[in-house]
Design a protein around this ligand. Structure first.
Ligand code: UTP
Length: 292
């Protein structure tokens, strides 16, 4: 019997340099795709997978992310007075049950591994999910829920993987794959940002993880890896052989909203999913491309 998975860590302390100047005074995770900030998509996905407790790893200039989850008292009163039911409905998912949202400060952006280590008191001995809000996944079943199912089957850690062009392996944590049934692949080793010629495969980790608390003991050494940062991949690599550890080829499509092209593509894809917008979007795209 695996321990039920109820906790998620959402690291949001990065600098977001690829989105400057937009991110000078606003966190990357507050950028909207259509009309919803990236952080809301992450919370919605986690909730749909049964997660009940959330921990944001924040840093300087990220307070608006915490304010976002406050009750907007005056706004709600005004909307109620004006009988704006649709607006109140749109606001509802941004409220989190009292006591279910924790925020931990990462004073310096020393790397994703360091950010996760900052959540050690929140995690304790429990298994937990990690969602990087800038990786937006469009899927019929929540991506993190697919990983939780795999965790329940294997009793060990599971990360979401996809095949990337070989020339891009230096942007990802990459698997040294073992037994592979086409969906789940056993992890024999992990390398962070390998050069294409050194990469053990092109199976790369995207921003969704389900990990057992064992990872914290490796993270606590705070060893620096690629780019001089404390890398989560390096700590996960040390779990190989200790516990079952798999990559899951998740069902869905990821948009890397940490970079401009991924973000723009997400706007189009998510707008085309919306019955209230799809026709207009198709119409104006035709004007720009002549092809859609
Ligand atoms: P990124 O590699 O996308 O870095 O981090 P970034 O700083 O957000 O963006 P760029 O590269 O400067 O444009 C991946 C995830 O890890 C978090 C980020 O907030 C993002 O969710 N992160 C990264 C931290 O929380 N702390 C860190 O020290 C580094």
């Amino acid at each position: 019997m695996t321990k039920p998975l109820k906790k998620a860590v959402l690291p949001v302390a990065g600098l977001g340099t690829r989105f400057l100047p937009a991110t000078k005074a606003m966190p990357k995770e507050m950028l909207p795709v259509v009309d919803k900030p990236l952080i809301q998509y992450a919370i919605d996905e986690a909730r749909a997978a049964g997660i009940e407790e959330f921990c944001l790893i924040t840093g300087r200039g990220k307070d608006s992310l915490i304010d976002y989850f406050d009750v907007a008292f005056e706004l709600e009163v005004t909307l109620r007075e004006r009988n704006k039911k649709d607006c109140l409905e749109a606001l509802a998912p941004s409220s989190i049950e009292a006591g279910s949202l924790a925020a931990v400060r990462q004073q310096e952006p020393l790397g994703l591994g360091h950010a996760i280590w900052c959540a050690r008191s929140f995690i304790g001995d429990d298994p937990f999910a990690i969602i990087l809000p800038d990786d937006l996944v469009r899927a019929d079943r929540p991506c993190i829920g697919q990983l939780i199912e795999a965790y329940n089957q294997t009793g060990g850690s599971v990360v979401a993987v996809e095949e990337v062009p070989r020339e891009h392996t230096n942007r990802y944590g990459v698997l040294n794959p073992g037994k592979d049934d086409g969906k789940m692949v056993e992890i024999r080793g992990l390398v962070e940002k390998p050069k294409p010629e050194d990469a053990p495969s092109n199976l790369s980790i995207i921003g969704r993880y389900v990990l057992t608390a064992d990872v914290m003991k490796h993270l606590s050494k705070l060893e620096k890896g690629a780019g001089g940062e404390v890398q989560l991949t390096d700590a996960m690599a040390k779990m190989v052989g200790e516990i079952p550890f798999h990559g899951l080829r998740y069902e869905g499509r990821r948009f890397d909203c940490g970079n401009k092209i991924g973000f723009l593509e997400a706007q189009i894809a998510f707008a085309l999913d919306r019955p209230d917008l799809a026709d207009d979007v198709r119409g104006f795209l035709k004007n720009y491309t002549g092809a859609v």
